[in-house]
Design a protein around this ligand. Sequence first.
Ligand code: CP3
Length: 384
Amino acid sequence: MTVCSFVGRRAACLVRPATLWHETIPDMQPCETIPDVTVHQEKSPFIQACRRGPVPYTPVWYMRQAGRSLPEYRKVREGVSMLDSCTRPDLITEITLQPLRRYDVDAAILYSDIVVPLRAVGIDVDIKAGIGPVVATPIRTAADLARLRPLSPDDVPYVTEAVQMLVAELDHRPLIGFAGGPFTLASYLVEGGPSKNHDKTKALMYGDPEFWHALLGRLADITISFLQIQVAAGASAIQLFDSWVGAVAPDDYRHAILPHTRRIFSALAVTGVPRIHFGVGTGELLGLMGEAGADVVGVDWRIPLDEAVRRVEPGKALQGNLDPAILLAPWDVVEERAKDVLGRGRTAEGHVFNLGHGVLPETDPGVLARLADLVHAESAHPDA
Ligand code: CP3
């Protein structure tokens, strides 16, 4: 089956040979035409910075910009569980747009979660408030792997519908789609919930490579499909959150994780959308994370951006990296540190301003609004 989506003037035809689609999206419907709304998004500072092109100012968005720091989020979530809220296009759309009404950010990020595609294929995962994802029956043996079947668009119609609604609504602002990276998803599945040291996961990675690669292969398939579905519906960029992969040493990353991550990014290459790769505590992995094939490497706050430039191969943009905890300090500290990030970011071929990890729930939204304005004003080049 040939599948195509014409996305604005980019006219990116998301065509892959039927056999390849079959690997990832077995039941994809043919020829879906997306409205011509991504033309402006292509020229947006965010997309331009991801492509290392000229920008009028440094674009900014915040990981976890939607969520508990916003009273309007807490209000619409009343009485609705986290994962149920991720299956309702009306709520997904509303929550995705909430931060854009407050902050002059240069991109929206879809309201969803990295475990949404896992639940969609039948994994008994829930998100417990204040804890995170909890998996009732962890995946630890080869026999458990059959539970990780491929994801098809019919498993997540609410994602397609929400992305289409959002793209129509967002006009010039790009929508970022996302998915969890292989190590991070594996950790939740193997540990059964959040983990400090990921011991059981790493024990399998070191001790049972055959199982490990089979697990990460299935997770990569699900992730590829989840990202393709979001791009086919109109997402203008994607971010792979391998949040906890910093727990792994570089040599192990190279053998145990990189091949799967590389496959994810290369499957997305045909879409033409910028691909961002982020993890926490990944200072020692930044070079390899770039090699995995992303266009943009996300950096947490532990490594200054000019040092990250030296660690990542040429030809990549960087994203980051203000410590989210700095936003809890007085404004003059925030201002000084944000300017420092911008200054170091100028050494990169492209820079998207962001925090080094997600917005903390106790963050004052007023500070985030002021910060977005500061980033724009400080970085403005009138001639660009
Ligand atoms: O605005 C955005 O950034 C988009 C929304 C988003 C959510 N989860 C919504 C959410 C994104 C990008 C994610 C990704 C995600 N989910 C990651 C990668 C990003 C990161 O932080 O490293 C991870 C590791 C998860 C797993 C997860 N889901 C955790 C650790 C938690 C927090 C648990 C808690 O209560 O402290 C969640 C829940 C979650 N995902 C919330 C939101 C808004 C909070 C749920 C609530 O309102 O109770």
